[in-house]
Design a protein around this ligand. Sequence first.
Ligand code: NI
Length: 254
Amino acid sequence: MLFDSHAHYNDERFEDDMDEILSSMPENNVGLILNSCSEIAEIPDILKICAKYPFVYASVGVHPHETDGLTERDMDTLKEYAKHSKVKAIGEIGLDYFYDFSARDAQKKWFARQVDLAKELKMPVVIHDRDAHKDCMDILREHNVKEVGGVFHCYAGSVEMAKEILDWGMYIAFGGSLTFKKSVKPKEVAAYVPLDRIVIETDSPYLTPEPHRGKRNSSLYIHYVAEKLAEIKGISVDEVENATFENAKRLFGI
Ligand code: NI
């Protein structure tokens, strides 16, 4: 069975057919899904999805895009939501210097604050790092992320950077970009990282793998990522499925 470790079913692009899609997961070999979170306002919707589908779990956190204007009161709210039994991680949190939708000072401040919150709650973190590798690693190092561990979602860093992440006991997630013909670096990293530290994801509705690139993504396409990883590692798809399923369960404590 497959574990999609990062998806966004509360996204408006699933408004019309989310139930149809999620109901079809068990018969399509998708056993577990972690629904990620970008802002506090969407958490009630995410928890409704979790309540309806026993195989959907959640993380809660504020994406770097949404960090402008955050307050300590928001952290209190997040902390309350994090106590829900289906919430298994804090995220996605991190830095995004590609879009810079929030000021970098705000991004850094609230990223660090949410790492501290995760440590207080003893929960793993889900990291979003886009074009911000150095600052992201500095904050994780300074705030001692290894106390709780977590996962780098849609990993886009180097092998060198992956070594330090693995030293911290964290996992590395690969998604649709692994299947893109022109993406060379993720394939190198996937070849390097030991199988017991890899999880797979779709980031639905984004980052649709080949051969469906350009369409809306869903967890029904996660097998393309597993197949590509099996090819890179020179092992069977079954081995990839079993390992990544168990890894994600261990990562999120499910
Ligand atoms: Ni995401």
